[in-house]
Design a protein around this ligand. Sequence first.
Ligand SMILES: C[S@@+](CC[C@H](N)C(=O)[O-])C[C@H]1O[C@@H](n2cnc3c(N)ncnc32)[C@H](O)[C@@H]1O
Length: 473
Amino acid sequence: MTPTQAPPPSTVQPARRIAYDVLAAVSNDDAYANLLLPTLIARAALNSADAGLATELTYGTLRLRGYYDRVIAIAAGRDISQIDAGILDVLRLGAHQLLATRVAPHAAVNESVALARRVGSRSAVGFTNGVLRTISRSTPDEWRERVLAAAKNPDDRLAADFAHPAWILRAFRQALALEGRADELEQLLAADNEAPRVNLIALPGLAEVPEGAESNRHSPFGFTLSGGDPDAAIRHENGRLRVQDEGSQLAALALSRVRPTTAGERWLDLCAGPGGKTALLGAEAALSGATVTANELVPARAQLVRRAVAPVPGDITVTELDGTQVGELQPEAWDRILVDAPCTGLGALRRRPEARWRKTAKDVADLTVLQQSLFLSAFDALKPGGVMAYVTCSPHLAETRGVVTDALRRLGPAAELLDTARVVQSIAVESLDLPAVDSPDGGTTVQLWPHRHGTDAMFIALIAKSPSTGGTR
Ligand SMILES: C[S@@+](CC[C@H](N)C(=O)[O-])C[C@H]1O[C@@H](n2cnc3c(N)ncnc32)[C@H](O)[C@@H]1O
């Protein structure tokens, strides 16, 4: 045990304490950082500088957790599985401050030691002190060299360097390779490690993009605010302005604008919670004389949908059915259906910092079964001549083209994959760089990317049901 030179403070600064509490809740209780952090910041009434510090420490540590674990293992001379979980989170937070922030090294070490005193044993305090002092004695570049030198193979090296699990980077590489763009992998991994700017939408027909805002490159209704508080802008407009990724906007608009709407059309959002895309579909429907119903299996999330659509005109009904049953319960009932399927969320790693460490390849297998079932159920619920959008915020090929190809094979001539890329390009303000991908089924799909388009990695496929089909499988 190496004694500290100055005695560590007996209390921990609130921003660090909150960051630690979030890390611990993520590790122990599967908490979501983006939900818990704002609650803890509000409860502690942090000023905006401290709130900013707590956010940076939490998100930065969670995003690069896998990298910091490698540094800690080298500095501690033991596998991280042999370190107490609470102390490991203290060390991760300390490593982040030492290697990626301007926090003075003595403050990073001393505050971490004070935190270790609150959450660990006496020996853990000395251990924390020793490990963090070891880390502080080398520069970030020296640590990077050491970590990369310890990698087992080229993919492990890339996984270490960009703090992504190897199975995820392989899935990304496969999806990019299909577009002939495997060489973009490092740009994509780097983009996942950048905090995105908060993106908003002015719901069409209900609000205008505010003056001074920076309009999105592609979505006609999206924008970012260079200064000011997005929450205040949203409150001021009573929800007619809202936070929404540009890719999500394009996905909902692909369905609402795939073809002109006939007044009286009935649209269904099959997996609607928390309701961001329902609100946009609702605004679009109100402009064109269609009506929207939202469905969400989880009652608490259905409640969020009701809240999300409150500012939108037109009576949007919210049901709580299992979407996989809707085809049977409501056959041939809908003109358009959005299937924004539950997915791994690998396309939104920028915004969900812990997600990459929580998901496993097994999740993909489970989810594709559900996605397939939702797809087929939605198809049965479409009227002959109707059109559906299958959407995921994941670029994993099993969740995207795999599900679509499989469904089209089962459905035969009753289903037609439309030219989704043409529809999305017709909506986009500035043309999107969308490499053509050969499709055995005709038609096209769209894969958006953070590094190329500045959006989440949304996948969009538009599928039409033949007007002459009996409608059943
Ligand atoms: C990707 S999210 C939808 C996001 C939403 N469209 C938005 O833009 O705000 C998928 C949703 O599907 C819901 N879900 C999961 N299984 C479902 C099922 N069997 N039927 C209907 N909804 C389901 C999840 O609870 C989740 O809220």
